[in-house]
Design a protein around this ligand. Structure first.
Ligand code: 3BY
Ligand code: FES
Ligand code: FE
Length: 426
């Protein structure tokens, strides 16, 4: 028997919650609090859609691997001897033991710690000791997991049939991201932060900058708090900032054109399985990077850029990731739910592979702004989690500059509805 989602057991409550979702309003409390809904989220979202797990820079050499745990699943992402990246279930085909421990490492082959069955990075069973006559090692390779690399970004999908619209996303975002040449970057720093809130509150918080002005003094040195506002809705107090944005856009457009970089937004955050948004926008200050004054944090620019003044190329992908690609570095964010009210946020700073710490970049300067911003966000979403626990909580209205939060919730509700209708059709 395989573990299934609780959709089948709780169809009625869930379908009522899904049917009653009020667009433009935050979700009902059970979506953030219910253990049952947490299991639904793992089975119907994290085990069905494309999940961002890391970048090629994290597994640069053959044998380098990452492991990622999603609910009760554990997956190995490994670079094989031919340089291809593969994903396998982290489960021995003998009697099921967990194979690789730890979030990352490097191996020649994958050796089970129980009875030493040995698998190649490609997942073939190479050694199984003495077996009964007729034993066919070819039948006991590691179970594969779907993997898709998109210009250096690695996604996995646990579903038997993954959503194929990932191809469309890949095709459309590649011209934006590939000039940043992620295959020629290295990890400068990676930080894991455990947030005390439901994963959806972490995602929702990322999809707006309504809280930035009050909540992120360091980030707003460069990130314009006008984010998410339509031109005619910008409040009076932000008009000066908006003027600076407009001016910065002129130089950004010129630099982008010269460097062959598209900037125009593509926004398809809901209405499709692999919802995404991408756009290049200006940064405040020197316009180069996420530092206090906006100047580059690394002297070795990515790709073949002729200027660091390239603003931020921001990518948001449903359900678990966001990214900022800059002229001098890139920063990736991915989350995995750990419990109904606990979420792991992993942040990775990538610099040019030849950039030397202490010479080309100072690690503290490179990481300071997002390190602090993440801490501030963690405090905000813990506050949100605490609030929605109260019986007095009721869904509240999203402001116009929170429309991407609404899009995230819409995507999520659509996905659960789709899961429910598939189940009912069976
Ligand atoms: O990370 C992002 O995409 C930004 C930062 C602040 C708000 N959010 C839209
Ligand atoms: Fe892996 Fe026995 S469970 S070798
Ligand atoms: Fe924030």
């Amino acid at each position: 028997m395989t573990a299934t989602s609780d959709l089948s057991q709780h169809d009625e409550t869930l379908s009522r919650l899904l049917a009653e979702r009020r667009p433009g309003y935050s979700l009902e409390a059970p979506f953030y609090l219910s253990e049952d809904l947490y299991r639904v989220d793992i089975a119907e979202v994290f085990a069905r859609y494309w999940i961002f797990v890391g970048t090629v820079a994290e597994i640069a050499e053959p044998g380098d691997y990452l492991t990622i745990d999603i609910g009760d699943y554990s997956v190995i992402i490994i670079r094989d001897d031919d340089g291809a990246i593969r994903a396998h279930h982290n489960v021995c085909r003998h009697r099921g033991a967990r194979l690789l421990d730890g979030a990352r490492g490097s191996v020649g082959n994958i050796v089970c710690g129980y009875h030493q069955w040995t698998y190649s990075p490609e997942g073939e069973l190479l050694f199984a000791g003495t077996q009964a006559p007729g034993f066919d090692p070819g039948c006991f390779g590691l179970k594969p997991v779907h993997l898709r690399e998109v210009t250096g970004l690695v996604f996995i999908c646990l579903a038997a049939e993954p959503p194929d619209d990932v191809d469309d996303m890949a095709e459309r975002i590649a011209p934006y991201i590939s000039p940043h040449a992620l295959e020629r970057t290295k990890v400068a720093f990676q930080e894991d932060l455990i947030e005390h809130s439901n994963w959806k509150l972490v995602m929702e918080n990322n999809r707006e900058c309504y809280h930035c002005e009050a909540g992120h003094p360091e980030l707003t040195c460069t990130f314009f708090p006008t984010y998410g506002f339509a031109e005619d809705q910008i409040p009076k107090r932000l008009r000066k900032a908006h003027q600076r944005y407009r001016q910065a856009e002129v130089l950004l457009a010129e630099n982008s054109r010269r460097n062959g970089l598209p900037c125009a937004p593509i926004e398809e955050l809901s209405g499709r399985p692999t919802g995404f948004r991408i756009q290049r926008e200006a940064l405040d200050g020197a316009g180069e990077s996420y530092t206090r004054d906006g100047s580059a944090a690394s002297r070795k620019l990515l790709g073949a850029f002729d200027t660091p003044v390239l603003g931020r190329l921001s990518l948001h992908v449903q359900p678990n990731a966001w990214f900022h690609f800059l002229g001098d570095h890139a920063v990736t964010f991915s989350l995995v739910p750990l419990a109904v009210d606990r979420t792991l946020l992993r942040t990775t700073w990538l610099v040019h592979e030849d950039a030397l710490e202490g010479v080309d970049y100072d690690l503290a300067t490179l990481t300071e702004v997002w390190h602090l911003t993440n801490q501030q966000d963690a405090a905000l979403v813990a506050r949100a989690q605490a609030g929605v626990r109260s019986p007095a909580y009721e869904p509240g209205p999203y402001a116009p500059n929170e429309y991407q939060v609404d899009e995230f919730c819409t995507w999520y509700i659509q996905r659960l509805r789709a899961g429910l209708s598939v189940r009912w059709a069976q």
